[in-house]
Design a protein around this ligand. Sequence first.
Ligand SMILES: [Zn+2]
Length: 390
Amino acid sequence: MLDTKYFCDLCGSETRYIYDPINTKRGMKLFICKKCGCLQSLSFKNYPSRPEGNMSSDADRASYKYTKTLALGQYSTLLNKFCLNINTSNILDIGMNRGAFYKWATRNFIYEKFTGIETDASLTDEYCNDKKVNLIIDRVENVDLGSQIFDFAFCVHTLEHVKSANSVLRQVFRALKHGGVFFLAVPNIIFHDDIVEEYFIDTHTFHFQYDILLNFIKNTGFRVKYCSEPFDSEIIFILEKKHKNYLKNDKIKMNERYDKVLMELRKYEDKIHINRELISSSVTQINKYCLEKRKCFIWGAGRIFDCLIKFGRLKPNDYLFLIDKYLSDIISNSNGFKIYKPKDLVQNIDENSIVYIASRRYRNEIQNEAKKLGIRKAIYFGSDGSLKDI
Ligand SMILES: [Zn+2]
């Protein structure tokens, strides 16, 4: 099957198979567009859909489906700034999830109709009986959204899961009225130097990079009202349907990005293995402090924590505690560690306590919260494992 030619979903150019994600359970293969550098995964194995949530640092990672709730705070700032004075009579929410946006819209928008599309019926308890909500349980690709129906469309952390991002964007464009607004967010693939977690996870078919997606959007009839910064962890667009046709021209004008992305990917492959070996030096430091009877608080129970376990062989002991403010709402234990909320551990903190910051994205937030709790020393993920003042 790898001999078959696959074409880029965005620009239609030929692609090349370049990478096997680590420990994929869906037989995923990564393909790169030989022109625009777009990265897309294809599965070469039958698999059951909707895997159970887990925080594996490999490709078998699956979401606990709480990202959308977590991220809504950030989106609401943008919605308040750019979307409060627009027409929102008829709303479309693609990937309605636990209803975080629906709840926000109910408080802040005036609407008559709210159409939600969600694949997982088990998440819909809080809104499935609302008479105003037209809930469709299906993949967006299977739904006829109609033409010129909606004033506002919302789609966050969904486009990276679909079979064809291009077709779904076309569907949304068609379904919006002229002047309709589209709020779109996807993860941004940035090849960090301290990478330890596999980016190309099984549930993602697209791995968007900022310049590539922005370049593509500019080829469409959407006008960019707002766009996030290139190195933000998410790519967020607020778009307006401005043109009659979905594509501005017959020929999509994508920049040549193949060589650059290919080089970044080859470096990523090397770095992920090197960094995974290095992580054991952090675990050696943590174990040393625990032996000295200093309490160590690992803050962040996500994929970096999984690396401490898998590659550093970290084991529970009486001086070691695991904290995660958000995940603690969803799961109680991970790898034999109980997951605490910060407030549960206030009594345990003393002047010798140490925090290991197991997060890249929330590094500053964790550092500040740890400081407020009275922790004065930290080990930062991605560093040499030495102790720093906070
Ligand atoms: Zn392409």
